[in-house]
Design a protein around this ligand. Structure first.
Ligand SMILES: [Zn+2]
Length: 208
């Protein structure tokens, strides 16, 4: 009976104290880990905003939800590149993105683009311009589709590598008519995986 009492004592007094102690340590560890977090994730959600078409074309945003603000964010993101920009996308038609890529190329940044074969015709004049100044564009073989939408900046520099990815193609419809999402991050655990995939595709595909 005495042993049973001791057991009860341990179960209802000492054991909960020990349990609470370990929970507290675990909680402290997770807070510390969070405090040390050096990576960011920014999410953008786009929706039907055709009323903002003029804002996008005239480059004058109306408020925080205006797609022009999102476009500024993406072009500024690309503009920070110091070494490289690697884009893999179904289609790329936004003038501002093209302009930013050309500026980067003239600054000495290595720009590489992978685009879907069927969409090359749609983008032909812009792609010819890129080709003339020396920005390479590659595409896949027949009977498949490049459906990725991602852009990696300074992929080889662990300290400054960053990227954005999501559902949106770089088109006016993507920004004004569609329900889309984009995530921007500098998490190297993510950028290095996308970089590995981009490099594999780059090796496999042919120049247009
Ligand atoms: Zn607007």
């Amino acid at each position: 009976m005495q042993t049973f009492s001791k057991l009860l004592y341990v179960c209802f007094t000492i054991a909960p104290i020990i349990f609470a102690y370990f929970v507290k340590i675990k909680k402290k560890e997770s807070i510390k880990l969070y405090g040390q977090e050096k990576y960011y994730y920014k999410n953008i959600f786009l929706f039907y905003t055709q009323s903002c078409r003029d804002h996008l074309i005239k480059l004058k945003p109306c408020d925080n939800n205006c797609p022009q603000n999102h476009l500024i964010l993406l072009t500024n993101f690309i503009a920070t590149a110091k070494q490289s920009i690697s884009i893999c996308v179904l289609t790329l038609q936004l003038f501002n993105i093209f302009e930013e890529l050309i500026k980067a190329h003239h600054k000495g940044v290595e720009v590489k683009i992978i685009m879907d074969r069927e969409m090359i015709g749609v983008n032909s004049p812009k792609l010819q311009k890129l080709g003339r100044i020396g920005i390479p564009v590659k595409t896949q073989g027949e009977n498949s589709c490049i459906h990725h939408k991602f852009c990696i900046v300074d992929e080889d520099d662990k300290a400054s590598a960053k990227m954005f990815f999501g559902s949106m193609n770089f088109t006016l419809n993507g920004m004004l008519s569609n329900y889309e999402h984009i995530t921007l991050t500098n998490d190297y655990r993510i950028t290095e995986k996308f970089t590995k995939e981009f490099n594999a595709l780059w090796k496999e595909f042919e120049l247009i």
